[in-house]
Design a protein around this ligand. Structure first.
Ligand code: DGL
Length: 282
């Protein structure tokens, strides 16, 4: 048993799409989340930059927040920096988001299925989904499509409207039609926020959502290592989730309020660059 929080992080608010699944299945667990809203999006940046940002956040969660596990709620970081982070922090379990969803796709699809993976430029260029899926089921056909405009629009709250619908059609109409895609992996944790738009535009598609799939691997890792949180006793203080952001954008705060709509959490500001800048000016 271990009552320390589970650390989650993403470039912004996308990783929050994992949280409702976790709280529903494992309500005793406490979360410390970090959204790098000041530096989002990651997906069009170079691997070196993504690795630097990811290691700063992992250091913060592990060394100053004492999390018992880190769940990388970001496909881009999982594709580019997972091995680095594991080498940097060998004693703490660090879970990527790509393997569990790739496993679901590999296990749940037959050779006649045609799988599309959408994600950031970095995720699609890495080929991480294709490698993982084919590693388990080499008979499958997989096609990738980078959709770099989705994340900035979602971070701006441009979601349920025709601008988003047009942007989705710009990236996906031809991709889905030409490749005859019937199964779509939402390979970026921001994309579940536009899942309704996608299913409205392409009603027959089967969707695989990594934000949901990572839950199984978190639960398994907690069980294997005996790290589940204890049942709260009547006198135990109410568990508090903490959501850090490197820039407290209105959308980030609104999204958290939407997920929780009650008490039991707090939002906090933490910006490594700004702190270093202030320190230099002293
Ligand atoms: N939500 C992230 C992902 O899953 C990152 C998107 C971005 O910052 O470009 O890839």
């Amino acid at each position: 048993m271990d009552n320390r929080p589970i650390g989650f992080f993403d470039s912004g608010l996308g990783g929050l799409t994992c949280i409702p699944y976790l709280l529903k299945a494992l309500p005793r667990e406490r979360i410390t989340y970090f959204g790098d809203t000041a530096r989002t999006p990651y997906g069009s940046k170079t691997a070196a930059t993504i690795r630097k940002f990811a290691s700063e956040i992992a250091d913060f969660l592990i060394e100053s927040q004492d999390v018992k596990m880190v769940a990388i709620a970001c496909n881009t970081v999982s594709a580019i920096a997972l091995d680095d982070l594991r080498q940097r922090h060998p004693k703490v379990p660090i879970l990527g988001i790509i393997s569990p969803a790739a496993h679901t796709a590999a296990r749940g699809c037959a050779p006649e299925n045609r799988i599309g993976v959408i994600g950031t430029k970095a995720t699609i260029a890495s080929g991480a989904y294709t490698k993982k899926i084919l590693g388990e089921n080499p008979a499958l056909d997989i096609y990738g499509q980078a959709c770099p405009a989705f994340v900035p629009l979602i971070e701006e709250g441009i979601i349920q409207n025709h601008i988003m619908d047009l942007t989705i059609r710009y990236y996906l109409d031809q991709f889905i039609d030409y490749n005859e895609i019937d199964t779509l992996v939402l390979g970026c944790t921001h994309y579940p926020l536009i899942r309704k738009n996608i299913t409205k535009l392409y009603p027959g598609l089967r969707i695989i959502d990594p934000s949901e799939e990572i839950l199984t691997s978190i639960d398994d890792a907690l069980t294997r290592r005996g790290l589940h949180a204890e049942e709260a006793s009547g006198t135990a203080p109410e568990a508090e989730h903490v959501f850090y952001a490197s820039d407290l954008s209105e959308n980030f705060v609104n999204m958290i309020n939407l997920i929780f709509s009650g008490t039991g959490y707090r939002v906090a500001f933490r910006n490594f660059d700004l702190e270093a800048y202030i320190e230099r000016k002293r």
